[in-house]
Design a protein around this ligand. Sequence first.
Ligand SMILES: [Zn+2]
Length: 380
Amino acid sequence: MLMKKKRNIIFILSFLFIIFCGQDVIKSPVKVEIVALEKGIYKRKTVELETVIDLTKAKGKYFFFLGAAKINAEYEYDEVSFVPNLDEIYFDKGKSFRLNIKKAGDIYLANNFETMCVLTMFYNLENILSYWQKNTNYIADENQPIRIVYDPIFVSKDSEKELFLQLKLNAVYLTGYNNLWFFKTSSIEEIPLKMNLSVLAHEFMHVVFDKNFSKGDLSFYETQEKKNTYRLNAINEGLADHSAWAISQDLSGYSSSLGDFDERELPAKFTNKDLKSSFNHAGCKGGFYCEGSVVASFLLDLTLEHSISQETVSSWVFEAILNLREDWQATKDVGSFDFYYLLKRINDQAGPENKAKVCQSFRKWFDDTINIKKAEEYCL
Ligand SMILES: [Zn+2]
């Protein structure tokens, strides 16, 4: 009798275990519905995700989502941020996601807007990753998946109370830490910026740049020469904008989410000479983002004027970053690190057969006295 009771208890416990713990984890390949941006219009679309480890938790092989992270509001963040250590920034690094999904046939559908947003981001990130893997020597590392922090909450240091800040930033990349933050931005943003492929491709390029350029050494960026930092930032932003259009195939991808971003449309409405000579900075108010648009326009020119595919340009860009390391190391404290080095390194990749084309595009966009002089000497 006692034995029978024990058996029954074991049976009931196993049954409960199956109910609570044994639910199948949803893995790739898996079909989901997302919101895709096609030719400036957002549409529902069924797609297949290829790198999902656990769909309900929004966990993938190469990146995973976290929610409810609490971050230090007293720190001043830039879109590409340099923070001394993560403990000063995070009060809570975030919790694993719980997507709200339902199954219809063999497709998973979102039950709420947040889930729809995460599924869309997941698909876009997979595509961005596969673009870099296919066209360059980029290696996605399963051991170092990218942490995607969704709508982090700003809290004050003392009370750890939530603060509602009016944000100018829509995303932050924490240099050296493989962390990408995506914020809830403004109320005028009907479709969140983070669902926009161009925005995600731009942010992802900061991960690629950091990996190739600093190789994880934060101090590598340090210099007392502010002008050198400014130009390095401009190159980083320009390459990110190149990535945005190359992957999305949309030259005005940003403004699909927010009209204010029309300053970032490509090709730029100004050259480097305009930025230097004009009192109002040629109407561009974005600091080094303006020079970044000139960098991206130079790279775009190779495709528009010389029919070099954007995939080829991206492969040159990828390798050029590795070599820019050496130029930065040699000049950051003792010389002038400028756009000329980008020309040289892109050209190293393009080879002698393309030198005239690369030079022509560079001179068209970097037409200020200093850059043009250096380009003339180099391009002879
Ligand atoms: Zn950026």
